[in-house]
Design a protein around this ligand. Structure first.
Ligand code: IPM
Ligand code: MG
Length: 354
């Protein structure tokens, strides 16, 4: 199989973790007889510095011409603490998601046996956790009208959802639930928000076409508690943009580290694969960041975009094996602490040796 992959390293630890993930992809290509070509593009603060634009046209063109996109991270503290900044790195990511029509953000939450004690949560609670959060990615408060009044003493952000946006993401989640344990939890705040009531109404109507899926509805505050209290009770969760953002950071605690979790953003055009962690500027350039979230994102790419299930499973297995041997970056508190590069290399070596 021949595929063109765009790599957008982005900011902070992005370049370090994508470098290791690229190596894993190259190892898969060699081992299984595929040809993957790679082209890098600019996004985020590095793109603002170089071109004045967080998502330059050239990067958009590269994304459209590629078969899949591997993305690192975005964000720089020089913008975080400047509320008056006109241009922000995050706008690049949001623009890319929107222009590529990537409405479905798939965030699997699972545990590795070896890391059960790396989580601050009790082992008995998190054991067996295996659910997927489907986060709506290009609607809601992230993309609604926002602004200030004339005297700048009040501000507003608005959340709007169209029925077709809800149907589109719910279809995706229901179809996924059908392939899994046939259980879907819709997370909303329908006791307060009108958008949530439209979500509920719309998905309730859709239930008749998915009679094999048990759908239940949960308020987001309760869901935040249940995810920590009884995570193995969930199978597929579907929710709006901002709730999904918050709940997945929370859920990453189950895995032991935010650095472990991969994600896929799927929709109309080229799909993006990225770790769910941010740019972690403090760790940039230190060779300490956990590359596993990004490496597992390549496993999702192989499965979701290229249909390469065997290759994808080989990456998961290599990661698991290396963890079982006691290796890891310092965030997962392993027996042997490795650097970003050394852990990436261990995983690659493991892949090629089998
Ligand atoms: C994520 C991130 C982004 C988001 C930020 C960087 C804009 O937190 O992918 O979860 O909020 O979507
Ligand atoms: Mg987030």
């Amino acid at each position: 199989m021949k595929k063109h992959i765009a790599i957008l390293p982005g900011d902070g630890i992005g370049p370090e973790v994508t470098k290791q993930a690229k190596k894993v992809l190259q190892t898969v290509a060699e081992k299984f007889g595929h040809t993957f070509t790679f082209k890098e593009g600019l996004i985020g603060a590095v793109a603002i510095d170089a071109t004045g634009n967080p998502y330059p046209d050239e990067t958009h063109k590269l994304c459209l011409e590629s078969d899949a996109i591997l993305f690192g991270a975005i964000g720089d503290p020089k913008y975080d603490n400047d509320p008056s900044a006109k241009m922000r790195p995050e706008q690049g990511l949001l623009k890319m998601r929107k222009e590529l029509g990537l409405y479905a953000n798939v965030r699997p939450i699972f545990t590795f046996n070896k890391l059960l004690t790396a989580s601050p949560l009790k082992k008995e609670i998190i054991k067996g956790t295996d659910f997927i959060v489907i986060r709506e990615l290009i609607g809601g408060i992230y993309f609604g009208k926002r602004g200030r009044n004339k005297t700048k003493t009040s501000a507003f952000d608005t959340s709007e959802y169209f029925k077709h946006e809800i149907t589109r993401i719910a279809n995706f989640a229901l179809a996924l639930a059908q392939k899994r344990k046939k259980k879907l939890t819709v997370v909303d705040k329908a006791n307060v928000l009108e958008t949530s009531r439209l979500w509920r109404e719309t998905i309730q109507e859709m239930e008749k076409d998915f009679t094999d899926v048990a759908v239940n509805y949960m308020f987001v505050d309760n869901a935040a508690m249940q995810i920590i209290k009884h995570p193995s009770a969930f199978d597929v969760i579907v929710t709006e943009n901002m709730f999904g953002d918050i709940l997945t950071d929370e859920a990453s605690v189950i895995t032991g580290s935010l650095g472990m979790l991969p994600s896929a953003s799927i929709g109309e055009k080229t799909a993006i694969y990225e770790p769910i962690h941010g740019s972690y500027p403090k760790a940039a350039g230190q060779n300490t960041a956990n590359p596993i979230g990004t490496i597992l994102s390549t496993a999702m790419m192989l499965e979701y975009s290229f249909g390469l299930k065997k290759e994808s499973a080989a990456i998961y297995n290599a990661v698991e094996k290396v963890l079982n041997q006691g290796f890891g970056t310092k965030d997962v508190n392993p027996q042997t602490i490795l650097g970003t590069k050394e852990l990436g290399e261990k995983i690659s070596e493991n892949l090629s040796s089998k």
